[in-house]
Design a binder for this molecule. Structure first.
Ligand code: FAD
Length: 347
């Protein structure tokens, strides 16, 4: 057997939330062959499988009873380049921010607004990562995955991925059936930079930058993020813990009669996105804390782990927040973070 299966492995350093968590078995996956072998091993030994990239969007249980696959599939190549655009093939185990940095160095446009999002390239399509007015779906052309039931290596085109706000086919029809191995992107060489997002635009204006270069947008995104989000090396978090609820306009109109200053964003389909951070801020506040878990003091949508807690304690805190928001506004918040149970099959 080419893969090594380790036993009783501590995973706290493999996640940005940093809760104490062990796994019964762990395998490092650096090739598609290793992935197929690990899945065959799990099947033979009748154990569940959990896939882990950068661990920045998962909440682990104290002990995971099953096999955790640490995705380390590396590849960074140009498939096609001409004067208009470049097409890239990137391994699922590459670091997302390092990819963005590379494209900015090369002057290939599009990903600069997605700088500093933690995690791996392979996880990016799963929730269609987005920030500062850009979603990754705009630049993905296709995704390669290993189908865990048929064991076929498949390609899925962007149009079939059903991308939506923090959503894709990988969270629905292909949930627990697809392990992403590679993502392909097409980036333009000439395009309008995207600086319309309010906090980015006002930051650039404050800096006296009116016609920013790609480098300046990239740096501005990093600075804005650093001022608003916790440094996960110092404070555990998964970024936004909940999705912003997307509601029918009539419901938002009713909400506004009681809470006229509620922060909302119209969506192209007529629905309205309500800022979950605003709702949580009103319900419990920023910097609110119960034991070792709390809301971040700069942004209530971010749940932070001050150290020493386990996944159950974070989950209880998240449920408490959901209850408070439901009581106050009648709105159910849905977790953006993947909450893993002790022996759930996530692959
Ligand atoms: C401080 C902070 C800020 C953040 N800001 C943003 C933001 O601005 N925008 C945004 O969209 N997200 C943001 N996030 C969330 C997170 O960075 C993204 O969701 C990221 O894509 C997760 O990548 P990961 O490799 O860490 O995934 P993991 O946390 O390892 O996994 C997430 C889920 O994907 C599955 N998975 C991982 N890799 C694969 C694979 N190769 N194949 C199949 N399934 C897989 C896992 O099983 C799990 O269910 C932030 C997180 C943090 C901590």
């Amino acid at each position: 057997m080419a893969i090594t299966i380790e036993q009783q492995v501590q995973l706290s350093t493999h996640t940005t939330m940093g809760v104490s968590a062990t796994a019964q078995y762990v395998a490092r996956i650096d090739s598609v062959e290793a992935l197929a072998e690990a899945l065959a091993w799990a099947k033979k030994n009748k154990v569940s499988v959990l896939v882990l990239g950068g661990g920045s969007n998962v909440l682990l249980p104290s002990h995971y009873k099953g096999l955790v696959l640490l995705i380390e599939l590396k590849k960074k190549g140009v498939i096609l380049e001409n004067e208009h655009s470049v097409e890239l093939q990137i391994g699922a185990g590459e670091n997302w921010h390092e990819l963005v940095e590379w494209t900015v160095e090369k002057g290939w446009l599009g990903l600069e607004n997605l700088a500093l999002i933690p995690g791996s390239v392979g996880a990016a399509p799963i929730q269609n990562i987005g920030a500062y007015g850009v979603e990754v779906e705009e630049y993905i052309t296709k995704v390669q995955y290993l189908h865990t039931q048929t064991m076929n290596l498949c390609w899925i085109e962007r149009e079939e991925c059903d991308f939506g706000y923090r959503n894709s086919i990988f969270k629905n029809e292909l949930k627990a059936k697809a392990i992403i191995t590679e993502v392909q992107f097409k980036l333009p060489k000439k395009a309008q930079l995207r600086t319309e997002y309010e906090s980015l635009r006002s930051f650039l204006r404050q800096q006296g930058i009116h016609e920013p270069s790609q480098q300046q947008v990239f740096k501005a995104v990093i600075q804005v993020r650093q001022s608003r989000l916790p440094d996960t090396q110092k404070l555990g978090s998964c970024g936004s813990f909940f999705k912003n609820p997307v509601l029918p306009s009539e419901q938002v109109d009713r909400l506004k009669t009681h809470f006229p200053d509620v922060k909302t964003y119209p969506m192209p389909d007529g629905y309205i996105k309500v800022a979950a951070g605003w709702l949580i801020d009103k319900a419990v506040g920023k910097g609110f804390r119960k034991g070792q878990v709390g809301t971040y003091d700069q942004q209530a949508l971010v749940i932070v782990h001050h150290g020493g807690a386990n996944g159950d304690q974070v989950r209880e805190f998240a449920s408490f927040i959901q209850g408070e928001v439901l009581n106050m506004f009648g709105i159910s918040l849905e977790a953006e973070v993947h909450i893993i149970s002790a022996n759930s099959d996530d692959a």
